[in-house]
Ligand binder design. Structure first.
Ligand code: FES
Ligand SMILES: [Fe+2]
Length: 381
C-alpha cells in the first residue's frame, strides 16, 4: 500500500522521505527553487551609490549594487578571473568600484571590467568579454528580485502578485525603510518544514497561545495563483500574554491604512520560499534558504514607514517581542516534526480539505518532482 503512486492532488502530505533525502533535495532545487524569484532586498537597503546587499543561496553568490547612475543592478558576486568571491558580508558599501581581493581585477559599479594588472600578458584579451555576470532581475514595489536559473520563463513577480495588488498598495511598500539589518537564523530542518509550518493554520490555537490571544479565531487562509494568503484581526480576548496586551494597547492608528486594516495582520507566501508578514506598524520578509536536506537558513528583515511617535516605537518593539515568542514555539515544533519524519513508522499524514495552503504546496512539489508521488523513495532508474 505504501508504495502506490499518488495523484498529484492527493489529500495527503508529501511523503516523509522527501524531507530528508539528498537526491530529492537536489531535484527539488533544480525544478522548484532555481527557476523561482528570490528576494535580495529593498531598494532602500542600498540607498547610496556603491551600497550593496548579497544573497547567498545554493551555490550562487548574488549582489544587488547601486551604480553611479543611481540604478540598481544584480550580478554574480564572483570574479571573472579565477572565480574568487568579490564582495564580503551580507551588506556593505564599496568605494566606487569592485576590486577582487585575489589579483585586483576591478569593475565599475555598472559591472564593466576597468582594470586588469599585467593585462598585456593575456593573449587576445578583451575586457568586454569579462564584465560581471548579470542576473535576471525585477523591481517590484521597491523590492529587488532575481532568478538563479532563467533558462525557462515564469510569470513576473508583479504578475504573480496581481490578485492582491489592490490590497497591498495602501501599505506603501516602495516607501518602506529597513528596521535594522538582514538576519540569518539557521534551522536544522528541511526548508519545506519551515514553509509548511507557516501556512499550517490548525496549529495556532495549540502551539501559539500568545498569537492566539492576539488574533483569536479570526484566521482565514486562501490560495490564489502562486500566493498563499493567511490573515487575522487583532482581537480583544482574555487569554493574553503581557506582550500581546501591551501591543494592543500601544498600537496607534496609521494614516496610510483604511479602518479595516488598522488592526489587521496578513501573511503572503510567495511560492516557493519567500513570505511577507504585514502588520499596521511594520512589514517583514522571510526567505527560507535551503542549504541541504536538513539545513535551512531563515533570512529576514523588517521594514517600516518613518513614524517617530513613542507609542509606535513601543508597538514595534512589542511586535518584535511577540514574534520572538512565536518563533521559539515554531522552532521547537519544526524540530519535532523533522525528527518524527525520520521514524520508520511515518510515511505520510492526511491533510484536511480546509488546509488549502498545505494541499497546494504538496500538489506543486508532486507536479514539479514526480518522485514525490511515491510514499517510499522509488529505486533509482
Ligand atoms: S581571482 Fe579575482 S583577480 Fe584573480
Ligand atoms: Fe507557528
Amino acid at each position: 500500500m505504501d508504495d502506490r503512486v499518488l495523484p498529484v492532488g492527493a489529500y495527503e502530505s508529501l511523503p516523509a522521505w522527501t524531507y530528508n533525502d539528498s537526491d530529492f533535495f537536489n531535484a527539488e532545487m533544480d525544478a522548484v527553487v532555481r527557476p523561482s524569484w528570490q528576494l535580495v532586498c529593498h531598494e532602500n537597503d542600498i540607498p547610496n551609490v556603491g551600497d550593496y546587499t548579497a544573497l547567498d543561496i545554493l551555490n550562487e553568490r548574488i549582489i544587488a549594487v547601486r551604480g553611479k547612475d543611481g540604478v540598481v543592478r544584480t550580478f554574480h558576486n564572483v570574479c571573472r578571473h579565477r572565480g574568487s568571491r568579490l564582495l564580503e558580508g551580507s551588506q556593505g558599501e564599496c568605494p566606487g568600484r569592485i576590486r577582487c581581493p585575489y589579483h585586483a581585477w576591478t569593475w565599475n559599479l555598472e559591472g564593466s571590467l576597468i582594470n586588469v594588472p599585467y593585462e598585456r600578458d593575456f593573449e587576445n584579451f578583451d575586457r568586454g568579454d569579462h564584465g560581471l555576470a548579470p542576473v535576471q532581475m525585477e523591481l517590484f514595489l521597491g523590492f529587488i528580485w532575481v532568478r538563479l536559473d532563467s533558462s525557462t520563463s515564469v510569470p513576473t513577480v508583479a504578475e504573480q502578485f496581481a490578485p492582491y495588488l489592490d490590497e497591498i498598495k495602501p501599505y506603501r511598500f516602495e516607501d518602506m525603510r529597513p528596521l535594522g539589518r538582514i538576519t540569518l537564523r539557521p534551522r536544522a530542518v528541511n526548508w519545506k518544514q519551515i514553509a509548511d509550518n507557516y501556512v499550517d493554520a490548525l496549529h495556532i490555537p495549540t502551539a501559539h497561545p500568545g498569537l492566539s490571544g492576539l488574533v483569536g479565531n479570526t484566521y482565514g487562509m486562501e490560495v490564489k495563483g502562486d500566493i498563499h494568503k493567511m490573515w487575522g484581526d487583532v482581537m480583544e480576548t482574555r487569554k493574553d500574554s503581557w506582550s500581546t496586551r501591551a501591543y494592543k494597547k500601544h498600537l496607534p492608528k496609521v494614516s496610510h491604512l483604511p479602518e479595516d486594516k488598522q488592526r489587521h495582520w496578513v501573511y503572503y507566501r510567495f511560492w516557493p520560499n519567500v513570505a511577507f508578514d504585514i502588520y499596521p506598524d511594520q512589514i517583514d520578509f522571510m526567505q527560507f534558504i535551503p542549504v541541504s536536506k536538513n539545513e535551512t537558513l531563515i533570512r529576514e528583515i523588517a521594514y517600516v514607514l518613518p513614524d517617530e511617535r513613542r507609542e509606535m516605537k513601543a508597538a514595534r518593539y512589542l511586535n518584535w517581542r511577540i514574534n520572538r515568542e512565536v518563533n521559539a514555539e515554531d522552532t521547537a515544533i519544526i524540530n519535532r516534526v523533522q525528527d518524527g519524519m525520520a521514524s520508520s513508522s511515518f510515511t505520510y499524514g492526511p491533510l484536511a480539505k480546509t488546509e488549502v495552503c498545505l494541499l497546494d504546496s504538496a500538489r506543486r512539489i508532486r507536479e514539479a518532482v514526480p518522485a514525490a508521488c511515491h510514499r517510499r523513495k522509488p529505486a533509482a532508474p
